[in-house]
Write a protein that binds this ligand. Sequence first.
Ligand code: FAD
Ligand code: DLZ
Length: 508
Amino acid sequence: MTCLRLILGDQLNARHPWFRDVDDAIVYVMMEVRSETDYVRHHAQKVLGIFAAMRRFGEALVKAGHRVEYLRIGDTRNQHSFAANLPWLIAQLGATRLERMEADEWRVEQALLEAFEASALPNAVVSAEHFLLERDEAARRFEKKVPRMEFFYRDLRRRHQILLEPDGEPRGGRWNFDAENRAKWPGDPPAPAWPWQKHDLRALWEEIEAAGVQTMGEPSAEAFGWPLTRREAQAWLKDFIAQRLVHFGRFQDAISGRSRTLFHAGLSFALNLKMLHPREVIEAAVEAFERGEADLADTEGFVRQILGWREYVRGIYWARMPNYATLNALDAKRPLPAWYWTADTKMACLRAAIGQSLALGYAHHIQRLMLTGNFALLAGCDPDEVDAWYLGIYVDAFEWVEMPNTRGMSQFADGGIVGSKPYSGSAAYVNRQSDHCKGCHYTHTKRHGERACPFNSLYWHFHARHQATFGRNPRLGMTYRSWEKMEPAERASTLAQAERYLAQVDTL
Ligand code: FAD
Ligand code: DLZ
């Protein structure tokens, strides 16, 4: 009797009950496969990071006494998909039973479901024991009606007893300190550097290249920065709690040319690969608050991202897939501008956000939402293209979290499931939250004319062309009232400017 247990690249949860006991009748199987490297063009650091973390995880299992079959990308036996490798692995290992953890991505879950069925062996699927709400419950809760994130979040705060008074009321008398989290960063307090590692992954990069995997962005293989083991991820968490949590909330929505990472945690890669559990991350923040090292607004702001948004988008994904991937409520069709792959644009804010994405495989939330996402929304870019770009470029991008954020929150392609209004902003927003406008080629105060910032005319063009959809949205009342108040000639010039920009969008 031999049981084959499959571990995917984003299932590196060393504390899963699977690994508690060593059993010679169990073989853990891990595979580096082209089906996963090629379903979208990934950032080089994403492929490097996942493979390097998988290899370390496999080696640690062997060290702990477990049996492991690890298929490398260059292995000549590799058939390059989970489904194609399983039959020969079953035969070679003499497997009589198959087990796996639930996959986080719909595409992979379907492929594994079919592959396990096809084997005709007894099999079992277990929870990855990572999220704070089990997948089926999340999907069930959101099946008919998706609640607003705020109510879902309060519910999870109560269920997990996080930041509550003994009587069940929220600490500080409020559930949400969002209103205090919108400051521009003046450069002070200084933003501490992230604790980047310096892994030499050049040999692995050569293997990936030799296998012909096509990537984007800089591999930085000679000094690879992201954490690759649970121990490194724990050290990164400790560093965040000690250095950045204290200002996390206040500058959460800030954007700056002087810091690519500000006071953000940088924990999404480690979390999404399951090297860290969300509960331990939340607990570390709450304990820092209890010790008086962070105030309530910063701590609650951080907890909300993980307990609230992260669990919420996963629930939406599993409740609404596969249909969610086809939604295009605003009928957006334009290709993404070419400079999304090069950062070669005269707009200083987008040049910085895309440039750092290509360099690091990382941009923080408000860059993703209000710069690259906002531009694609205003320009009417095809959500399939936008999704593919986000799914590829970020080291933390896995469809369950990427898609509701992109297609939903950022592009409003889901027609309002994630958000009750589109996240649109003009240059006034960018100037309020960032230091990019000063010194930019474009003028943030101009709607039209020479060097007028494209965010302005595109903002009004977007709202004008979607007036039938959003005109009665109470959250957009002010926007439409301002539009109506504008002189007709001003409106016409603004729309004409937007048309000109859209006609030459690749040159902006
Ligand atoms: P911090 O700002 O320090 O936040 C802490 C943690 O909270 C993050 O590590 C993350 O786990 C969680 N979190 C914060 N915001 C969100 C959110 N909106 N949804 C889910 N979790 C959240 N996040 C991903 O993990 N993968 C993605 O592919 C992804 N794609 C995105 C695409 C768009 C268009 C947008 C607007 C957001 C996307 N996000 C995604 C959410 C968020 O931008 C990242 O989680 C965050 O930038 C990761 O960096 P950090 O660890 O420094 O986050
Ligand atoms: C993203 C990714 C990549 C690039 N490569 C692999 C791989 O070779 N082997 C693997 O097991 N997983 C990989 N992954 C992560 C999977 O795509 C991920 O497990 C699914 O998207 C499920 O969330």
